[in-house]
Design a protein around this ligand. Structure first.
Ligand code: ZN
Length: 261
C-alpha cells in the first residue's frame, strides 16, 4: 500500500505534466469523486488550464491548477499514477500485479498526446477539488524533532498508533512505522508519552534516516524488517522470533530482545 514515500514518487512523476495544457478530463466513476466534486466541476476547473505545481501533504497529492483550484488525489491501498503510459511504481504490494486499464478511475489528457492516469483496482482512493488540508499533521519529510516530541507528549496511546495518526504525523503507514520503531529499539505498544529524552532523540534520528534511506532505495517496503514480516520471521539483528500482534487493527512486528516494553 502506498505510504508517504510512494506518494512522494507520485508527486515527482506528476511534475512532468507541469505547464502542459489539459485538453480533456475523464472522470466517469462517480464513486471516485469525493466531497463536492463532480465530473462537470472537474472539467470546468481543468480543461484548457495548466498544472502549475505538484505538492504533497502526507499521502495526499495536490496539483495546483492555473485559475486557483487545487486537484487533490488520494491513492488508498492500491492507487498508482501513470504519466505518459509509464508507471513510476510498476506494482504495489497487496495489490493485483495485473495492469488493467479498466481500473483507470481518472484520466487527464494533455495537448500533444500525453496523459495522466490514476489506476486503482480497489477504488479506495479518490479525486477531490480543493480538499480540506487542515486535517493533516506534520508531513513525514518536514517534521522537526521538537514537533515530533510534541506529538509524543500529547498522548498515552501506543506509540505506533500515535505515529500513524494522520492528523498528527502525515504520511506514515504500517511498514514505515514498524521499520522506524524497530531501528530505534522502541516497542510499538509503549505509551507515546512514556519515552525519555534519550529515546525521543533516538526515535527522531532513526525517523529521518529511515525516510531518507528508504526514499533513495525504492520505497516503504525496502526496510531491513520487511522480509521478516512473516509468520515465524526472525529479527534480522538477533535471529530470534519476532513478536506479531495488532495495534489499531494493523499487523505489527517487533523484536522482544531489543524493543523492550
Ligand atoms: Zn532484535
Amino acid at each position: 500500500m502506498p505510504e508517504g514515500i510512494e506518494i512522494e514518487y507520485y508527486r515527482r512523476e506528476a511534475e512532468k505534466t507541469i505547464a502542459r495544457t489539459i485538453v480533456a478530463v475523464e472522470a466517469n466513476d462517480h464513486y471516485y469523486l469525493k466531497g463536492q466534486t463532480t465530473t462537470e466541476r472537474l472539467q470546468k476547473a481543468l480543461v484548457g488550464k495548466q498544472l502549475l505545481k505538484s505538492r504533497r501533504i502526507g499521502k495526499l497529492l495536490l496539483l495546483d491548477v492555473d485559475g486557483g483550484d487545487a486537484l487533490g488525489l488520494r491513492f488508498g491501498m492500491t492507487g498508482r499514477i501513470i504519466v505518459d503510459d509509464v508507471a513510476v511504481i510498476e506494482s504495489l504490494e497487496y495489490s493485483s500485479k495485473r495492469n488493467n486499464p479498466a481500473w483507470d478511475r481518472f484520466i487527464i489528457k494533455f495537448y500533444g498526446g500525453g496523459s495522466m492516469h490514476i489506476r486503482d483496482p480497489r477504488r479506495l482512493g479518490g479525486v477531490e477539488l480543493n480538499p480540506n488540508v487542515s486535517e493533516f499533521g506534520y508531513d513525514l519529510y518536514a517534521i522537526t524533532g521538537r514537533e515530533l516530541f510534541g506529538v509524543l507528549a500529547g498522548s498515552s496511546r501506543p506509540i505506533k498508533a500515535r505515529l500513524m495518526d494522520q492528523s498528527e504525523v502525515a504520511g506514515l503507514g504500517n511498514l514505515l512505522t514498524d521499520e522506524i520503531l524497530w531501528r530505534a529499539s522502541i516497542d510499538p505498544r509503549r505509551p507515546a508519552d512514556s519515552l525519555d529524552q534519550k529515546e525521543r532523540r533516538r526515535l527522531y534520528s532513526h525517523f529521518t534516516k529511515t525516510i531518507t534511506e528508504l526514499t533513495s532505495q525504492g520505497g516503504s517496503h525496502t526496510g531491513n524488517l520487511q522480509d521478516h514480516r512473516v509468520h515465524g520471521g526472525l529479527c534480522p539483528r538477533h535471529g530470534i522470533p519476532l513478536e506479531r500482534y495488532r495495534i489499531g487493527g494493523r499487523t505489527t512486528y517487533s523484536c522482544p530482545e531489543h524493543q523492550k516494553r
